[in-house]
Structures are given as structure tokens and as C-alpha cells.
Ligand binder design. Structure first.
Ligand code: NDP
Ligand code: MG
Length: 386
């Protein structure tokens, strides 16, 4: 039996992971499930999957979780200490699917345990890629990317020599507003940004898809995970979301990875790796699909992509600041303090402001260094007037 833990079990990735575990129930022993506000879901899943430990990140919800699980054998914990305990429990496979920078600490602790870390939390690589990879390497932890584009690149690279890679293209659906004119984009509301044409995902990543901040994070994620020259990485708009990524080699071959817009494919790949087992996702019907289309991702319309280039070139703590400023910008957009197109402006202003202090050039060599900068960037992005 494979011992598995899921951080962020109550979220979109977490629930898709549990769905796959449910379909091959006798192969897995669930060690630990974590959530935050959704106590009812966490408790129900902990009981259904007979988890050893259930953790809510929200300390104030500890009593609720304890009550919901009273009379069961599930151990309960809460807050940062609870997440640390979850991350230290021995497991063969750990899904890191907490949303945002909050996923960094548990992922990093799990990486120290010598396990397989299925990484959905792209922010870990954006904020502290070098630290996470070095920690994993030292402990003998294998990190498998779960983001669909990065899983696709990973799969296209199996058996290949990374030095023969000429380019990596990750695709973007274009999000909710891909066909909107600029004048309309400026007035886009949180409700409009929180719907996605192709994928069903958590709210944060859905809004990030509309602004292409998600693709900006993914460019940085590609650079960090595959350790590849940023000039070789490109994002292309592909409205059908069928090709997730392409890898170009020195002989001119371009290997594309196709699959349905269903995260259970990439999750299933990481769960089964290095084997390929049945995963219950829709099979693509190419004839029914008819055509696949592509267009340039415009950096004027989507300044997040231009900012990502700067972050990839400068590295250091630029990724941590970029992500924190982006998270704060989305928070302010959701509160209607700033407009949709103000988000990239706020992130750029925050980066410029912090660059003047020299704070961004240090290396992300400890969790403390990354989290301190993360807080500073949030404070700056929270205080700047547009
Ligand atoms: P969701 O918002 O659906 O779920 C987030 C999970 O994190 C929930 O379990 C939530 O608990 C928990 N959580 C929220 N805040 C905190 C916190 N402060 N501390 C600890 N746990 C917390 O997110 P998604 O599943 O969409 O995304 C998860 C990660 O996977 C993100 O990094 C995202 O970028 C990445 N990803 C997601 C994809 C998708 O298809 N959804 C695709 C590719 C990558 P609760 O709900 O109980 O409050
Ligand atoms: Mg993705």
C-alpha cells in the first residue's frame, strides 16, 4: 500500500486527487489530509479515507474539526504546528496543493523527508525554487510537477537529454477575457474574472488565468523546475486547452503533449509515476475536435508576462516579491479597491519600490529570508496608491 498525504485536500486539486484515490482505494493508505476553512469537507474526507491525521490550517477552527471527528480514530491538529506535523509524517507520496505562498512551508518540510512530492503549489517554485530543489536533492525527494503544462513538459522529456532542448512552449487558454477589447478589460469585475472557459479550478488561479498572472507564474516555474535559459521559454495562447505544452529539440522536432482539460490526468501521472496506470479521464476525439488554434500572447495586453521575464532574468528574491505583490493585488481587486488592469501596475510598482532598497537581490536560501521578503512585499503592495 502506498502511504499518501494531501496538503490542501479540500481544494480543487485536493478533491481531484481524492477522486483518483477513491477509484483505486485498496492501493492507498491515507496518512494525512489538510484543509483550512472547509471543516465539513475535511472531516468527511478524513472519515471516508480513514486518515491518520486531519489538520486545519485555521487555528480558530480547531474545536470545530475536533467535534466533527469526535468518536473516530482520526487525530486532529491545527495551525502552523499542525501543518508542520503533517509535513513530517512519513509518506511515500505527498500532494502539495495548498493555494498561494502558504503552501511553501509544508512543501519544504515534506521535501526534507525523502519522499515523492507531487507539486501543484507552483508558488513554491516561484518564491523559492532553488531552496526547494536543493532541499529535495539533499534528502533524496523526487519532485514531480502537477501543473498541467509542467507535467506535459516533464512527460515530453522522458528519455531525452535536456541539453538538446531548443525551446519550451507552454500554452495558455487566455482565460475569461481572451476576446475582450482593452477598454472592457479595464472595467472587468471580480465576478467576471472568476469564471474560466475551459478549466474548473480554485478562485485564485481562475482570476490569475484571466490576467495571465497564472501564465507568468508558470513561466517562472518552468525556468526554476527545468533549470532552463529563460530565453528558451515561451507562452502561446491556445484557446482549446488541448495541447498543454510543447518541447522543441535541436533536430527541429517539436513534441506536443495533448490531454483533456482535466487535472486528474496530471495528478494521476504523478500518483502512478514511473508507471502508467489507467486514469479515468475523457479520451480526446481529434476528429470531433477538428481544429487547434494558436496566437501570440501579447505582453502589452498582459503586462504580467513582461514582468515574469524580468523576474526570470534577475532571480534572487524577485520571485517571492512578485508572487506576494500579485497575491496582495488580487486581494485588493476582490475588495474592489483597484481595477483589473491595476493589478499588474501594482505588482510592477512594488517590484520597483523594493528594487531600490536592494532587498530583492539576496538569494532565497532560507525559508525565513523568503517569508520575510514575502511580508515586506505584501505591506508595500497594500500601501501603494494607484
Ligand atoms: P483551492 O482554492 O481550490 O484550494 C486551496 C486549498 O488550500 C484548500 O484545501 C484550502 O482549504 C487550503 N488553504 C487555503 N488557505 C490556506 C492557508 N492559508 N493555509 C493552508 N491551507 C490553506 O486551490 P486549487 O486547488 O485551485 O489550487 C491549489 C494549488 O494548485 C495552487 O497553488 C494552484 O496554483 C495550483 N494549481 C491548481 C490547478 C487547478 O486546476 N485548480 C491547476 C494547476 C495548479 P479550505 O478550502 O478548507 O479553506
Ligand atoms: Mg497550469
Amino acid at each position: 500500500m502506498k502511504r499518501i498525504s494531501i496538503f490542501g485536500a479540500t481544494g480543487s486539486i485536493g478533491q481531484n486527487t481524492l477522486d483518483l484515490v477513491r477509484s483505486r482505494r485498496d492501493e492507498y493508505q491515507v496518512v494525512c489530509l489538510t484543509g483550512s476553512a472547509n471543516i465539513a469537507q475535511l472531516a468527511a474526507d478524513a472519515v471516508e479515507f480513514d486518515a491518520e491525521l486531519a489538520v486545519t490550517a485555521d487555528f480558530a477552527s480547531y474545536e470545530d474539526l475536533k467535534n466533527a471527528l469526535s468518536g473516530t480514530s482520526v487525530k486532529v491538529a491545527a495551525g502552523e504546528a499542525g501543518l508542520d506535523e503533517a509535513a513530517q509524517m512519513p509518506a511515500d507520496w505527498v500532494m502539495s496543493a495548498i493555494v498561494g505562498a502558504a503552501g511553501l512551508r509544508p512543501g519544504l518540510i515534506a521535501a526534507k523527508q525523502g519522499t515523492t512530492l507531487a507539486l501543484a503549489n507552483k508558488e513554491s517554485l516561484v518564491c523559492a525554487g532553488q531552496l526547494l530543489l536543493a532541499t529535495a536533492q539533499e534528502a533524496g525527494t523526487k519532485i514531480l510537477p502537477v501543473d498541467s503544462e509542467h507535467s506535459a513538459v516533464f512527460q515530453a522529456l522522458i528519455g531525452e537529454d535536456i541539453s538538446a532542448v531548443e525551446r519550451i512552449i507552454i500554452t495558455a487558454s487566455g482565460g475569461a477575457f481572451r476576446d475582450w477589447p482593452m477598454e472592457k478589460l479595464i472595467k472587468a469585475t471580480p465576478e467576471q474574472a472568476a469564471t474560466h472557459p475551459n478549466w474548473s479550478m480554485g478562485q485564485k488561479i481562475t482570476i490569475d488565468s484571466a490576467s495571465l498572472f497564472n501564465k507568468a507564474l508558470e513561466l517562472i516555474e518552468t525556468r526554476e523546475y527545468f533549470q532552463i535559459d529563460p530565453d528558451l521559454i515561451e507562452a502561446v495562447i491556445h484557446p482549446e486547452s488541448m495541447i498543454h505544452a510543447l518541447v522543441g529539440f535541436s533536430d527541429g522536432a517539436l513534441m506536443a503533449h495533448l490531454g483533456p482539460a482535466d487535472m486528474r490526468h496530471a495528478i494521476g501521472f504523478s500518483l502512478n509515476y514511473p508507471d502508467r496506470n489507467h486514469v479515468p479521464v475523457e479520451r480526446l476525439d481529434l476528429v470531433a475536435l477538428g481544429n487547434l488554434s494558436f496566437r501570440k500572447a501579447c505582453e502589452i495586453r498582459h503586462p504580467a508576462l513582461r514582468l515574469a521575464r524580468e523576474v526570470m532574468a534577475k532571480r534572487g528574491l524577485w520571485g517571492a516579491a512578485f508572487n506576494a505583490a500579485k497575491e496582495k493585488a488580487q486581494e485588493r481587486f476582490l475588495k474592489r479597491e483597484i481595477g483589473f488592469m491595476d493589478m499588474p501596475s501594482l505588482v510592477e510598482m512594488t517590484l520597483n519600490n523594493l528594487d531600490q532598497t536592494g532587498a530583492l537581490n539576496a538569494m532565497p536560501d532560507s525559508l525565513d529570508a523568503v517569508l520575510t521578503l514575502d511580508q515586506i512585499a505584501r505591506d508595500v503592495a497594500g500601501s501603494l496608491e494607484l
